[in-house]
Design a protein around this ligand. Sequence first.
Ligand code: AHR
Length: 664
Amino acid sequence: MKTSHTLALASLFALTLSAQAQNKTLQLDVSKPLKGAPVQNTMYGIFFEDINYAADGGLYAEMVKNRSFEFPQALMGWQTFGNIEVRTEGAPFERNPHYVRLSPANHRDKRTGLQNEGFFGISVQKEHKYRFSVWARVVDGTQSKIRIEISDPASMGENHALCGKTIDISGSDWKKYTLELSPAQSVSKAILRIFLKGATVDLEHVSLFPTDTWKGRENGLRTDLAQALYDLHPGVLRFPGGCIVEGTDLNSRYQWKNSVGQVENRPLNENRWHYTFEHRFYPDYYQSYGLGFYEFFLLSEDIGAEPLPIVSVGLACQFQNKDPKAHVEATREALDPYIQDVLDLIEFANGSADTKWGKLRADMGHPAPFNLKMVGIGNEQWDSLYPERLKFFVEAVRKAHPEIKIVGSSGPDSEGKQFDYLWPEMKKLGADLVDEHFYRPETWFLSQGNRYDTYDRKGPKVFAGEYACHGKGKKWNHFNASLLEAAFMTGLERNADIVHMATYAPLFAHVEGWQWRPDMIWFDNTRSVRTASYYVQQLYAHNKGTNVLRLTLNGKPLAGNDGQNGLFASAVYDATDGSYIVKIANTSDDAQNIDLSFVGLKKKQNIDTYTVTSLHADNPEAENTLDNTQVVVPKTVNKPSVGNKNVSLPLAAKTFYVFRFKAK
Ligand code: AHR
């Protein structure tokens, strides 16, 4: 009995081995590549939200926190000494009315001044240049001086100051003073110090930027972080959120009009991520709007992405506001200012310089239109509250701007009651795209390979606007999560006829200031790291091709289904260079062999040399960190000419592959 059982097991094992060893043959139909559904230029993009200190303290290169003294605690981020007073009378910027008055300490050895702690410190690099600026006036209209220092208060040296310069201030009119500082040493947690060196002065909008910003812009962005976005080749940039668009209440919603115009006069806004999670609480997290809509449009242009602004639909965050009275009423009149905001936004982006908002854009430095093509209205809204408001926006935008596409929402969930209710509502309203969000565990990602295969081809297009694999009990950016994202994305690509955009979320996180993870790019004040998920997004964006190709195993797509042993695959043609691009995610623990058969090549055509790019880590929990950025990175090898129409592809366990073939 025992022997026969052992024999049976042995033959089962042999059968399994031979089944595994037997190559599966994937058929890639290349007969009419240009007939395949076009892959939109917007297909793989990015979603920016000011969460995890992504804007102030992150991408926005300003180094002074609370530069306009507008935080509810006016001196948060500052330490003061001597005679300091916060005032509002005669302020130079009406929407940021607070400033500080520095009066002499009235003793030879006593001092007046203030110092700023920056965002988790001020990080400076030896001999790099930093532009300090301040608006100032002398109270009695004569002359005074202030000394500016970048200092290391933890220094064991004789002198805290890493560099310093004095500014002469004159007259009783507010003027902007600027100077450059260059520290003698690199320090990651420096401070900015200002000493009064004469008569009483008033100071407002105290600012410090590296001169080396993205594209050298004064009100600029951190170069390493902007470069990371550029290197993704994103097709679309969704901004400015997320939940911050909605606001905890309507007062704290993102208001784009407050984020444009002179930077000194952009009013502060709350940031809901300051208090959303009590277990990760950041009382000094606000939105300066220094990185505002003009800068978002510029960034989109710089990185070659279509801008996709999201605006409020008159509903505050529904998670936080169960009472319908917390929202704007669903009447056209009550919603008018919100609707006008959308129409004015389109004018700001696209209007000629003789329109009100187009003129503002031109005055800010961009006379040419930004060529806005779409706008998202509402974020994660749900219930009838949403469509009954959205309909007025749709009517108004369609009437004034039939050329603009409208992105609606399917709520916060990837399926379920609200999702099932909202999709038909979006169809009824004629939304052009519907934004879906899914932060889901491994099992979900493994089960969704066919998600879009059965979507209605006649309805709105899909925008997978926020998604990430949140490992069960493993909520960080480890390799396995990125592999499952890659596997899932084969289904996006295969269905590029209806999936027109996809953006991983969230984008950025400061290691000392995060509220939500995983995130695509992590940073501290000096360094940044691209996660394995970043590389998945980059591999897709760099290899998005132009047309979907039919890729099947026994007539069916490879989508992690029963009998497919954890394999997911998709293929595209790239008309720009004639490549056939095949993406395969082997999510299983088994090495597997695949034969890829090119169907429809001309008689004399064969597969030439090709490249294999793979993303793999032996340890599925491996991650890239600031200290070790290269743990999980793509590797590319060139393969010799194949010389026939079939290619054998050995697939390692738990690996994502991108193959680029050409025929000759
Ligand atoms: O990406 C973080 C948050 O997740 C977004 O603000 C919101 O849209 C979603 O709930």
